[in-house]
Ligand binder design. Sequence first.
Ligand SMILES: Cc1ncc(COP(=O)(O)O)c(C=O)c1O
Length: 339
Amino acid sequence: MRGFASDNNAGAHPEVLKELEKVNTDHSVGYGDDEYTRKAIDLLKKQFGAETDPYIVLTGTGANTLIIQTLLHSFQAVVCANTAHINVDECGAPELLTGSKLISIETNNGKIKPDDIEPLLHTVGFEHHVQPKLISITQPTELGTLYSIDEIKSLSAFAKKNDMYLHIDGARLANAAVALGESFKAITFDAGADVVSFGGTKNGLIMGEAVIFKDQSLGENFKYIRKQGMQLFSKMRYLSAQFIAYLNGDLWQSNALHANSMANKLREKIEEIDAISLTQNVESNALFATIPEQLIEPLQQEYFFYVWNPEINEVRWMTSWDTTMEDINGFVEKIKSLL
Ligand SMILES: Cc1ncc(COP(=O)(O)O)c(C=O)c1O
């Protein structure tokens, strides 16, 4: 089966599987006290900054939720876009496990800005209201759009000025880094982020994400919270090995570049079809488009994808590290034959 439903649907990259074979020898101390995890942590620090404090976890929902739990009291709130994964795709895990309210902001492109947050601050210090404490942005956004470094800097300056934290949900951070032509460090901590959820699963790993604090003072309680939050994996070497494969060379880069360039190729072909209109700029590895309703079902049967907004027949098409030109040509031919 091939399709454009999600980069989650792609397999793991062979280099990742090779690395897993390599660490699958002898015994290794569990829970992260092993040489492979030390190497993976070193590689994460190399990418994000020597002073950062990285932890490996199993899932992105776990990363996001435990970050909120680490940094906020339950009376403090998270400000995010209405489309944010923490807001709509985590089944309420952040609210359940942290007690913190999520305040979501309507956007038309998945991005929030200081002006959207400012009006929420008039109740700071008033005990009847939750206290906004963390700004959470997703990079690239759930709509495939990108924050520029300047936009992140202005959000972090706003956060600092108002005694708030800035979190970046980087489930697809590699796609953002290659699209912007910048390092992970430049688009996160150099731009003023306090903490990052760094994804691997969507770009060639079987599973594995990292939580990276800007320094040890912010992350000092995270190891306990990770254990309580059931995200401390016992055979950690198998998660760490995947990050070694991902970050030791340029696998993260080549996979993300490929996924993004396939999205661009698909965009070029879709733009030639009058009956289809893109609804977002294609800036990473996702396309959003309104398509004639009668196309949806037959197309989904051959190339599965999700309907994003049924009211306007808007669909999401995602490319991944293993998308091929045959996938794209076959898909576009199928669309044309149905029109
Ligand atoms: C923006 C974003 N954040 C986080 C996640 C992590 O989700 P999961 O808990 O499935 O690893 C995803 C997965 O789709 C995502 O798209």
